[in-house]
Ligand binder design. Structure first.
Ligand code: GN1
Ligand code: MG
Length: 369
């Protein structure tokens, strides 16, 4: 059996140019991504991705969603900015048979996007203006998709932000303890046990139908929004989990990854603190674009959502650590444990400082809500 290399996969797509350099992009945790550098003048670079289909099990459904979302966002941006597009959207390149992906025999799924040039990916935010710019993009993304019917977009990963289910998987992993790692994390397990109920409020409100289901991005980590060279918002990326959800997921995930200038896997937890200027910048940017879509119940639980999302990430990372790092790619041993500890500590701090967050949110809560 020949192993597919990026160089022989690209011939199956309608791309133009000559590609001597194909550079692996190692930032994401999930797919395998390559930057195709185009040497032909006048043609764009591309991004080639091998889709992780053990995580995204229904690739045709995933790609149908993506076609609808990218097309819709592109159209809405053109309507909003008819003379000059200050922002952009992902553009899929069809395969030779006109489909949105190429499947190699029954095993591998590949897709190609146009590479968005002159962008910056911010792994650790440097100042509140960056945060404001990115948050506006996420708020606008919610707005741009708000005129699609929720059921037009299908669920790509069932129970993705379902904390109850994440906890079940976690306790199941603890019980199985396949690698004998549980003894190293008894403090974290205890913390998860005692905080679980308190952290579940957003989910309970959702299940009870108190906050509306919308089409949300669901992976608004700050490195999933591209800024341009001048630091202005350029494009929201990583749309694979864009599906029905609650806007608290996006607000919370965006805040947990931009409310400090530290990595997601911090070794020295004593450094962890909230930068409330960053929080205010995120809140302002997001709500400037999306604020009028929120109903009172959305506002009421907004300040809970950053702790909720950090806690859930902590539970997911720790589960993966216990079962042997099957889901998240790691660069060093125990990275998932380090990530888990960071996220659980962050959740605790965000929860303790909730009234500070609330005060800031209230500055942007308009009278009618
Ligand atoms: C994954 O693909 P990436 O790295 O942006 C994960 C998110 C987590 C994130 C944590 C499909 O996102 O849910 O928040 O890692 N995506 C999926 O860094 O599981
Ligand atoms: Mg990503």
């Amino acid at each position: 059996m020949t192993i597919a290399s990026p160089a022989n996969i690209i011939q199956h797509f309608r791309i133009k140019g000559s590609f001597q350099k194909i550079i692996p992009v190692t930032k994401g945790h999930i797919h395998q991504t390559y930057h195709l550098i185009n040497h032909a003048p006048g043609y764009p670079d591309y991004l080639l991705q091998k889709i992780n289909h053990s995580i995204f099990k229904d690739v045709p459904l995933l790609m149908d969603n993506l076609k609808i979302i990218t097309h819709h966002v592109t159209q809405r941006l053109k309507d909003l900015y008819p003379s000059h597009l200050p922002r952009t959207s992902l553009t899929l390149i069809p395969s030779n048979d006109g489909g949105s992906y190429y499947q190699k025999k029954d095993q591998e799924y590949w897709r190609v996007f146009i590479f968005i040039k002159d962008h910056q990916v911010i792994e650790q935010v440097e100042n509140p203006d960056q945060v404001y710019q990115g948050a506006k993009m996420y708020g606008e993304f919610l707005r741009l998709l708000s005129d699609l019917k929720v059921d037009q977009i299908k669920t790509t990963i069932p129970h993705f932000h379902d904390l109850e289910m994440r906890l079940k998987l976690f306790f199941n992993a603890v019980e199985r303890d396949p690698l004998g790692r549980v003894k190293k994390v008894s403090k974290e397990i205890k913390h998860i046990q005692t905080s679980a109920h308190n952290m579940g409020t957003v989910q309970r409100l959702g299940k009870a139908g108190k906050i509306p289901l919308r089409i949300t991005h669901n992976d608004t980590k700050f490195n999933n929004v591209l800024l341009d060279e001048k630091g202005k918002g350029l494009c929201v990326i990583d749309l694979d989990t864009t599906m029905p959800g609650y806007l608290q997921f996006d607000f919370g995930d965006g805040v947990r990854s931009s409310v400090h200038n530290l990595p997601e896997d911090l070794r020295d937890l004593s450094q962890l603190d909230l930068n409330l200027e960053n929080f205010e910048a995120f809140t302002q940017g997001y709500l400037e674009k999306a604020g009028d879509l929120l109903i009172p119940a959305d506002w009421d639980c907004l300040s809970l959502s950053p702790a909720f999302m950090s806690f859930m990430m902590g539970v997911r990372f720790l589960t993966d650590y216990i079962v042997g790092d099957e889901y998240y790619k790691t660069k060093y041993p125990d990275q998932n444990l380090t990530r888990a500890r960071t996220q659980l500590r962050l959740a605790k701090i965000l929860n303790e400082r909730r009234s500070d967050l609330e005060c800031i949110i209230n500055k942007f809560r308009s009278n009618k809500n």
